[in-house]
Design a protein around this ligand. Structure first.
Ligand code: HEC
Ligand code: HEC
Ligand code: HEC
Ligand code: HEC
Length: 180
């Protein structure tokens, strides 16, 4: 009888594990900008990756080790801004993501594609990406001004510049010409 109970327990446990695995597959994880680069760096289609690389977003983490950040840290009791959650909050996508879904994303990727477009593991496959409506059901976000205002606010930002969506958006533009 005891043996039987044990067996039943084992079966139940493995069912629970399978259940968890199935649920885990449905949670979108971050994949990192290099995964987007595969399809989004064709000059004829707007080379979104290169355009992002040319913006301050791609180097936002490195900024925290630069002279300005170090000086600010020295004057404000922060030994290393690149390890300070108060700064990483806006300067690194990876630092603000739960470890279980951070996937291929690193601090060094700064403010990456997925900060604005959502974690990509479930929408990055071609058969899904090619249909924006389907991609949206898999977590693709089409950003708006609200997306920017997660970080472009004065509170906590020692070097704040007043945010104007039209002006700032034009500076990071990365259009996909075939759709226009
Ligand atoms: C396997 C190739 C592939 C990968 C990898 C890929 N994409 Fe795409 N993506 C496409 C294609 C193709 C389209 C164009 C869909 C269309 O024509 O409507 C697209 C469209 C988009 C759009 C525009 C949606 C719209 O209509 O407004 C965004 C945003 C986007 N991708 C973001 C990303 C991000 C972020 C990543 C990385 C996490 C990524 N893509 C990875 C192929 C890919
Ligand atoms: C996850 C946080 C975050 C989000 C979301 C975000 N940004 Fe930024 N943005 C930053 C940080 C941090 C910097 C400064 C990077 C640096 O200088 O190292 C920055 C810098 C910029 C700059 C350069 C400003 C300058 O002084 O040259 C522009 C333009 C910009 N962002 C536009 C936008 C727009 C438009 C959106 C929304 C579509 C947006 N950002 C969303 C964090 C973010
Ligand atoms: C609320 C989001 C946010 C937080 C928190 C934040 N920053 Fe930033 N940081 C930005 C944005 C956005 C910019 C670009 C300027 C702008 O548009 O406001 C920026 C720009 C910078 C710059 C470049 C300034 C220049 O003129 O070149 C440095 C250096 C910097 N931040 C350091 C820090 C440090 C150090 C901390 C932590 C004490 C920090 N940031 C916290 C959002 C933030
Ligand atoms: C700071 C936020 C931000 C980051 C970072 C960012 N994007 Fe975007 N992206 C936007 C905004 C805003 C739009 C315009 C949305 C719209 O169509 O209204 C956009 C549009 C797009 C489009 C569709 C363009 C079109 O003309 O329809 C693609 C494709 C895209 N992004 C891919 C990427 C890829 C790949 C990366 C990283 C290499 C990236 N984005 C990084 C904010 C961002």
């Amino acid at each position: 009888m005891k043996m039987l109970n044990k067996k039943i327990m084992m079966v139940l446990c493995s069912l629970a594990l399978i259940g968890n695995a199935l649920i885990a597959q449905d949670v979108a994880k971050y994949v990192g900008p290099v995964s987007c680069k595969l399809c989004h760096n064709n000059p004829a289609k707007g080379e979104q990756y290169n355009k992002w690389q040319a913006t301050a977003h791609s180097t936002a983490f490195a900024t925290l080790s630069g002279a300005k950040a170090m000086e600010y840290g020295k004057n404000n009791g922060i030994a290393d801004p690149s390890k300070e959650p108060k700064c990483l909050k806006c300067h690194s996508t990876a630092a603000n993501v739960d470890k279980s879904i951070v996937g291929g994303l690193k601090n060094e990727d700064g403010v990456s594609c997925e900060s604005c477009h959502g974690p990509g593991s479930l929408y990055k496959a071609m058969n899904i990406m090619k249909d924006t409506a389907v991609a949206k059901t898999k977590g693709l976000l089409v950003p708006t001004e609200k997306t920017c205002l997660q970080c472009h606010i004065q509170e906590g930002n020692p070097f704040y510049k007043p945010f104007d969506f039209a002006t700032f958006d034009a500076k990071i533009a990365h259009k996909y010409p075939p759709k226009k």
